[in-house]
Design a protein around this ligand. Sequence first.
Ligand code: PLP
Length: 359
Amino acid sequence: MSSFALEPNPDPVPPEERAKQLVDPGFGRVFTDHMAIAHYDEDHGWRDARITARGPIDMSPAASVLHYAQEIFEGLKAYARPNGGAALFRPDANARRFNASARRLAMPELPEEMFLDSIRALVRADLGWIPPSEEGSLYLRPFMFASEAFLGMRSAARYLYIVMASSVGSYFKGAPSVSLWVTREYTRAAPGGTGAAKCGGNYAASLVAQAEAVRNGCDQVVFLDAVERRWVEELGGMNIFFVFEDGSLATPPLGGTILAGITRDSIITLARDIGLTVREEPYAIEQWQADAESGRLTEAFACGTAAVVTAIGSVNGAEGGFTIGGQSVGPVTQRIRERLVAIQRGQAPDPHAWIEEIA
Ligand SMILES: *Cc1c(COP(=O)(O)O)cnc(C)c1O
């Protein structure tokens, strides 16, 4: 029995209209008929958990999230299976990371089983919303925020947990690779800060740097460390990997300022499975340029649940830039992407038991 009881939406989107929306859903624009919701207060803990019609929520303008940004979120996908069911990829890792984020933001934890139940029950209710296309999936967005109406300075006593589902296609459309902008003005995360927590505030603080990237003709911003302004950390919402001539890979180490991506972790495992060496080590921006120019570095890619694995074609900054491997998708990037996607889509064996089937 799920702890999230189903109250079916009495007025779902008609099937013809839904089919239209699923043709080219883009990313994060199309939402399903239901959402999961649960309330927390200090006296009673979590309660009133249900799957209900997606709709507006009542909130006081004094809700402390609107003032002090106590908010965390997750992102994971459900993939269609030929039998009409769906599959989740490592949802237990999202449940654990959600609670790690909650601890950092002084918010209550959500029992892992409850997190998983909310996802399973919502996917079951909205199975018909997985786009039929090859690239399509149901993107799940669990989040929690402080709903208490109170302006004092302390962690709130009341919270809402909600999961929305969004029918999505591919994140980056068109070009085979993305261009990066190295921001020298802004940083994403400082030691002791919230860089390792998946919280909305990190994104709010990164948007001006992303806008700087776009103003300079680039797709995405890449951040350097806040202390020496030298070590490559990650993109606004994706981790980064470097591929070398000798076939080895490197990725910046987790040290509190980088988000511990589940895609990142899975790629480290898959690359080692196929016999590649993966180092978790700091990599300086000057070294990146020197290695790209000498040919020692042959590929680079960004990774995350939303964008999966995306080749990096060029890196630009105020002092100029450099290109990587002909700006196409390199063979190692391609191989890793295919391996990961095949497991997620049920087209390859799942040696690490990462997949949870939902009937
Ligand atoms: C979510 C996120 C990632 C990617 O994490 P995945 O678990 O792979 O989706 C990377 N960096 C940041 C800042 C993120 O918020």
